[in-house]
Each structure stands twice: as C-alpha cells, then as structure tokens.
Ligand binder design. Structure first.
Ligand code: F6R
Length: 607
C-alpha cells in the first residue's frame, strides 16, 4: 500500500525521493507527491497516477532543498486526485501517512470549529491540521507531534517535515512499519528498507508506538510511554537484489523463474544435513500436544493454507480449520488451549492477518508466523517464526512466495508426522525424499513456458474462465482463477470439480475456457468425469496433467499441458507453475500492468 520516504540529505532531496518512491512502486499506488524545505519555504508537488507524472511535474516546477518527504498513495479516504495526494500540508508542517486515522471525523469537526480550513477529503489532513494547531499554540515541532500522536486513533506510519527547520524529520509508527536509514551525515526514513537500499544498509526499525526525532546526525526514539528507547541498528544487505528485473520484462516473470532456486533455499533450511529428516530449526513446536490447527491468512496465502489443510489432515491426521483473516478476526471463535494457530503472510504486515494473530495471542494460543519478511510485525508478534526464504517479492501477484509458503507448510506437516508417528498410511522417508526433490521438478515444470504462452494468447481473448480441481488441486484451481483475475482482469472462478453440476456448469458453452488441473492421482478419474461433463456441453477444456493423465483422458480436449511426474502429495507446488504462467502470459498478451495491476496493493496494511 502507501509508500513513505523521508530524506535529510547532503544533496538535493527531490531526485533521491523520486528514486526511492520508484522502489516502492511495487506496493501499489494511485497518486504520488513530494514536499521539500528550501531557504525556509515548504513547498510540495503532487500528481495523480504513476510516478512519471510527478517526475514530469518536477521538470517544469522543480523543488529545491535537501530535506524532504515523499509518498505514493493507495487511496482509502477520498478519490485518487491531487488534493487528496500526500504530502498533506497545513501551515508550516507537511505530513505523509500510511494507514487509517479512525477518529478523523471527530478531529476534523473539532478543528473546523476552531477555524481550520480543510482542502482534502483525507484522514491524513487531520494529522497535519492538528499538528499545525499545536504549533500555532506555540508548541515546538516535537511537542506538537507528541500532542498530535496522543490524539490519534487507528493505524499509522507518519513522517513530518517542518518549514521552520530543514534539519528535522519526525517519524512515528503504530500499526504500519517504518524504518530509519542511517547515512554519513544524512538520515532517511522509509516505509520499508527496499526504498532506502542504495542510500544505506544501516536500518533501525521503529517498534509499535515509537516515534523518532531525526536530524542529519542524530536519532532520538521514544516509546509509546514517551520514554527514550534504544532500538537496535541492523545491517541489511538489500542492494544486490532490490528492485532489479534482470533480464526479465516483469518482476512477476523473474519471480516465477526463481522458484526452483528459492525452493531449494527454503527446503535446505528445513531438511537435515543428510536429507532424511525435517528440522524446523526450533524446538518450540510439539505436535504431539496439538489437538487441532487453526490457519489464518488472506488471498494467495490463504490458498496455501487450504492446500496445507489437506496435507495436515491426510498425512499428520491433525484436524485443521482454515479461515480468511478478515472473517476470523470478527468471528470471535472459541479456541481450544491445545490448538496451534498458524498465520501465513508474505509481507507479515497484512492488517487482518495481524489482527487475527493478536486475537490468538490474547487467547493464549501458541502462534506460528509463516512469513517472508523477517522484520515484519507478524514475525515479531508470533510465538514462533518459520521464514519462507523466498527473497524479496516485488510483483503484486504472489508467485514464488506461494510456492515457498507451501514448502514451509509441507515441512511442518512432515515434522508433525515425525513427532507423532502419524503418517496417514504414507511412507515418511519417501515423503521427505519427494519433498527434497521438489526444486528439480519445479525446474522441469518451468520448461512448459512457451507452450503455456501460446495457450495464454488464446485465453486472453476470453471474458470468463473456470478453473477446476479436486482435493488439494481445488485450492490450486482457486489460485489459478485469482492470478488470472488480478493481472489480466479476465473474470475467472475456481471450483471444486465435484461442485460443477451444482451450479457453475450453467456457465459452460463453446466460448468458456475451463482449465482442469488433474495429475494422475487417486482422484484423477473423478476429475476427468467432471471434465467430460464440460466437454459434453462444448466447453473448451485446457487439461493440465501428466503423461499418463494425457494418455488416459487427453482425447478431444481443446488444449493440454503435460507436467512432469511428481509425488501426488506435492503436486500442488508443481501445478502452481502452469496457472501462474497462464495468468502472466494472458496479462502480457492483453498489455495490462503485470507488476502493478490496477487497484491492487502488494501489502494490504489497512483492513
Ligand atoms: C495475490 C496476492 C494477495 C496476497 C494477500 C496476502 O496474488 O498476492 O492475495 O496473497 O494480499 O498478502 P500477505 O501474504 O502479504 O499477507
């Protein structure tokens, strides 16, 4: 979602800020802006749409000054227009904000009654106006920000800039992450460390409720109680991988191709040196004491949980409940004290998933965060963290994070079997060996790329598509539909293939592409019989199966894609590849913005 940058530099700030905002583009945004202070004058430029519009504006109306703040805004309160873009200014203060100020209505009314004139519809302007009010009363910038923060309810990452001092930024965090970057005689603020990667690798993350007074040579952090806080400075090496597409046209293509490598990295962390056992590298989880599992996540991460439910139940024989975080958090589910709650999130910052985690922490349930971003809120607040080692994921549509989430969850399942001896009739040694072989099979699966590309070009002309799968292929069908919707804007639905005749088959006609995910496993015949029902109604079937599956059922299908043979348990990891490629090439063929699809944000930090 919104991106924040602050610079107290030694050089002109505007180009540095624009550059840093470019690295935050992946988060999703619909307007952008910058404010700087130069010779005692605070000025800002804002523009709707992509950053190039802001850059164009800056060419004609440059901003001078070595101190500045910048923002990419993903609209929540008020349309994405120039007036609502950040920075929001009032008097001598400008502010950029990520999050939602929940009591902004009341504050706005109060300030309006005191004479404030609001120029935008945003909740953020309330913050600027409140700070201005305290400044006008004679408070120093530090005092004004402290008083302002005390009045705010909701979630925020904020960065304030003052006309009266071009050696001062004040940053505050509650609910949305914020990092301070330490340079030599320079200081930076960023909503994530990627924004700051070329400027510095020395990063301090603010903790919940912290606020920091920053000059070019000092940082003073106070905690939620106003006490001076000592936060660790870390060396974060991001520059090598940050925001580089390499030889690829899109980050999504790069991230799809990276899957064998990141899976190998992931599996290497969770398998013993002799590759015969799972080692979660923590003694904190004892599955022999776990009666049931609750899994909570959003979007693609939720679909990874759905796959894991099949695995946990069939193999480790532990009952699992899976819920989307936005529902779970308000359902107030009673939780068994011996249950384990697993939260899966690439970013580790998804507001609903974080709230669901906090609910479980309050209920004294053991929590596990399966996250990609190691410094994220979910990683910090869960009792146990299992990183997915996917590396930075920039494309808004999650690909390599999905397969690494699956690999990490698979490791948990096998570890549970190891601890409890329950394997659901599977040979555990064979499963561990199949798990270890996954990166190689995913690499083979990627060889279908050109074939899928040709099919996608045809698929791109459709207005709707169906994805069908049974058992653990059902969540992969849902993932295929989600990917296609989000980046190609083709309407798509995923169904459990047995559900087809309970309604969706009415949609099938000669124009309807139906993607059938059917490895030749125990459920193959059942899925194929549902596929026949589609074909009997002239539906255009794209069958994704293996060599044996094609031999048995390939006759008369519209198109087919042949996948390498894989142990049936791990087929979801491998069958995710063709659905990712289908969506990717359909989007490329339609010319949509693959890495930053409309209306979407990479990390959904508001509910
Ligand atoms: C879809 C996608 C989203 C995310 C969801 C959760 O391609 O990327 O559905 O999976 O917003 O995000 P995280 O995993 O960061 O919690």
């Amino acid at each position: 979602m919104c991106g924040i940058v602050g610079v107290l530099g030694d050089h002109e700030a505007a180009p540095i800020i624009v550059d840093a905002l470019k690295r935050l583009e992946y988060r999703g945004y619909d307007s952008a802006g910058i404010a700087t202070v130069h010779k005692g004058v605070l000025e800002s430029r804002r523009a709707v749409g992509k950053l190039v519009n802001l850059s164009d504006r800056l060419v004609h109306e440059p901003l001078r000054g070595k101190a500045g703040i910048g923002h990419t805004r993903w609209a929540t309160h008020g349309a994405p227009n120039e007036a609502n873009a950040h920075p929001q200014s009032a008097g001598t203060v400008a502010v950029v904000h990520n999050g939602i100020i929940e009591n902004y209505h009341a504050l706005r009314e109060e300030l309006t009654a005191k004479g404030a004139k609001f120029l935008s519809e945003t909740d953020t302007e309330t913050v600027a106006q409140l700070c201005r009010y305290y400044l006008d009363e004679g408070a120093s910038p530090q005092e004004a920000v402290e008083k302002t923060l005390q009045r705010l309810e909701g979630a925020y990452a904020l960065c304030f800039l003052f006309e009266t001092d071009d050696n001062l930024l004040i940053a505050a965090r509650k609910g949305s992450p914020l990092a301070i970057g330490h340079g030599k005689g320079e200081m930076f603020v960023g909503s994530d460390a990627i924004a700051l990667a070329p400027m510095t690798s020395k990063i301090t993350y603010l903790e919940e409720g912290d606020w920091a007074v920053i000059t070019r040579t000092s940082v003073e952090i106070r905690d939620v109680n106003g006490k001076l806080a000592n936060r660790q400075m870390r060396n974060i090496q991001l520059s090598a991988m940050a925001a580089d597409k390499g030889m690829y046209k899109h980050f999504m293509a790069k991230e799809i191709a990276e899957q064998p490598t990141v899976l190998a990295e992931n599996i290497g962390h969770y398998i013993s040196d002799d590759h015969t056992r799972i080692d979660l590298r923590t003694d904190e989880i004892d599955f022999s004491k776990v009666t049931n599992i609750t899994m909570v996540a959003c979007g693609t991460a939720y679909l990874a949980c759905m796959v894991a439910k099949y695995w946990f139940e069939k193999i480790a024989r532990i009952p699992v409940e899976v819920d989307v975080a936005s529902e779970f958090r308000y359902r107030e589910p009673p939780l068994n004290p011996n249950s384990l709650a697993i939260f899966v999130s690439q970013s580790g910052e998804t507001a609903d998933t974080l709230a669901a985690l906090r609910y479980c922490v309050e209920q004294n349930i053991k929590t596990v965060g399966v996250v990609n971003v190691a410094e994220s809120s979910i990683a910090r607040e869960a009792s146990v963290v299992l990183p997915i080692y996917a590396g930075v994921e920039i494309g808004v549509a999650s690909t390599k994070a999905f397969s690494c989430q699956l690999a990490t969850l698979a490791a948990m399942v096998l570890y549970a079997s190891q601890q409890t001896g329950q394997t659901g009739g599977h040979d555990l040694a064979e499963l561990v060996s199949a798990y270890h072989a996954l990166p190689g099979i995913v690499s083979q699966a990627l060889q279908i790329e050109q074939e899928v590309r040709a099919i996608s070009t045809e698929l791109a002309t459709a207005t709707d598509a169906l994805f069908l799968g049974r058992g653990d292929m059902y969540p992969v069908a849902l993932e295929g539909a989600l990917k296609l919707k989000e980046i190609s804007y083709i309407h798509a639905e995923g169904y459990a293939s047995g559900e087809l005749k309970h309604g969706p088959i009415a949609l099938v006609d000669k124009d309807m592409p139906v993607v059938v995910l059917a490895p030749k496993d125990a459920l193959f015949d059942k899925t194929v019989s549902n596929m026949q029902e589609v074909m009997a109604r002239q539906g255009k079937v794209l069958l994704i199966t293996d060599k044996d599956g094609l031999k048995t059922a390939g006759h008369g299908v519209w198109r087919s894609v042949v996948m390498p043979r894989v142990h049936p348990v791990f087929a979801p990891v491998v069958y995710a590849i063709p659905v990712q490629l289908l969506a990717y090439y359909a989007a490329v063929s339609k010319g949509t913005d693959v890495d930053q699809p409309r209306n979407l944000a990479k990390s959904v930090t508001v509910e």
